[in-house]
Design a protein around this ligand. Structure first.
Ligand code: ADP
Ligand code: MG
Length: 321
């Protein structure tokens, strides 16, 4: 069986970018671009909670980094590098090779090289923790507390597909092979909106990436900014794969569904054209879904113009506590 050091050397040691000291020493070293601040974030993925034990390891490697890059995107930060923590129940080389392939491919796409980490044995389950580093000019960072009354509220991409795939796989929705095929990619291969985040830095007022559901995540922006918002349900970009599902399932998926990794952001109304141009330049669809209000709370207007009564709360690891 390969040792811990064989695993690191075979699967997680790659040439570090110029000027960077990568895997192999006590710490990694990387230069901080002049005038910028470091944006850093960590996500933890636990077997049985964030992924199924039999998930495609290449997709898992991709997603472990994607969810972190999505946080950099939501801050408007440019990726610099990342750290990978792995607790492995054993050494399964084909599994590690596929995991590393998915991880490094996305890292290469976004110039976010793996520069260090930690590898240990776990007694049972697999745990993955990724930390990313990015750079952003402090005054351009897309913080959650920057939304202003009168701002437009925007969202990138389309909503709902990952939630439907998750609920099909989890048996909460009746088996439907065709719909699973149409939604599974959204769940397992999310594409972090790094380029869009960079294009919005200094242009939008506030942003968040949707990991726990639009209602919940936009709610974080609204409370941090001490404002409210009104959205039009009919304006929301619903993933095409949701067609034909009953109304309640769609509402739940679109407003409460997690694992979306699209950006929800607010920007001054007069910047509407610039926002559309910036999004077009990076080839990401964006949709205006509502506006920021002085009255606190989130209102979603249904087709008849009336506020929807109960909004899905989205995901919470400790509900009710
Ligand atoms: P230390 O004992 O100083 O913590 P380790 O033996 O844990 O060092 O790690 C040796 C080197 O390998 C370090 O540079 C560390 O950052 C890197 N490393 C360990 N595990 C990983 C991993 N999963 N991915 C990337 N780099 C790793
Ligand atoms: Mg170590």
């Amino acid at each position: 069986m390969p040792s811990e050091f064989d695993v690191i050397a075979r699967y997680f040691t790659r040439p570090a970018p110029n000027g960077t000291l990568g895997v192999g020493d006590d710490c990694a070293l990387f230069p901080v671009p002049a005038g910028m601040q470091i944006a850093t974030s960590k996500d933890l993925l636990i077997e049985g909670r964030h992924f199924y034990p039999d998930v495609d390891p290449e997709a898992l490697g991709h997603k472990a980094l994607a969810v972190n890059l999505s946080d950099l995107a939501a801050m408007g930060a440019k990726p610099i590098g990342c750290l990978l923590g792995l607790a492995l129940p054993g050494v399964d080389e084909p599994w590690l090779a596929a995991f590393a392939r998915g991880f490094h491919a996305l890292a290469d796409t976004h110039g976010c090289a793996l520069i260090g980490g930690d590898t240990t044995r776990s007694s049972r389950d697999l745990t993955i923790s990724v930390t990313v580093f990015g750079a952003v000019a402090a005054q351009h960072a897309l913080r959650r507390d920057g939304a202003r009354v009168g701002d437009h509220v925007w969202v990138s991409g389309a909503l709902g597909a990952a939630d439907i795939a998750y609920r099909l796989l989890d048996g909460q929705l009746p088996a439907d092979e065709e719909r699973l095929a149409a939604t599974r990619r959204a769940l397992e291969w999310p594409m972090p909106r790094v380029e869009l985040g960079l294009a919005l830095a200094g242009l939008a007022h506030a942003a968040i990436d949707i990991s726990d559901g639009l209602v919940q995540d936009l709610g974080h922006v609204l409370s941090a900014s001490r404002v409210g918002a009104q959205l039009q349900f009919d304006a929301l970009p619903v993933a095409a794969a949701l067609q034909g599902l009953d109304h309640d399932t769609r509402i739940r998926a679109v407003l409460g569904g997690g694992d979306v990794y699209e950006l929800c952001f607010t920007a001054a109304a007069e910047n509407e054209d610039r926002i559309r141009q910036a999004a077009a330049n990076v080839g990401v669809p964006v949709t205006r879904i509502g506006h920021v209000t002085e009255a606190s709370g989130l209102q979603v207007l249904a087709s008849d113009g009336r506020p929807m009564a109960a909004l899905p709360r989205g995901f919470d690891h400790f509900p009710g506590s």
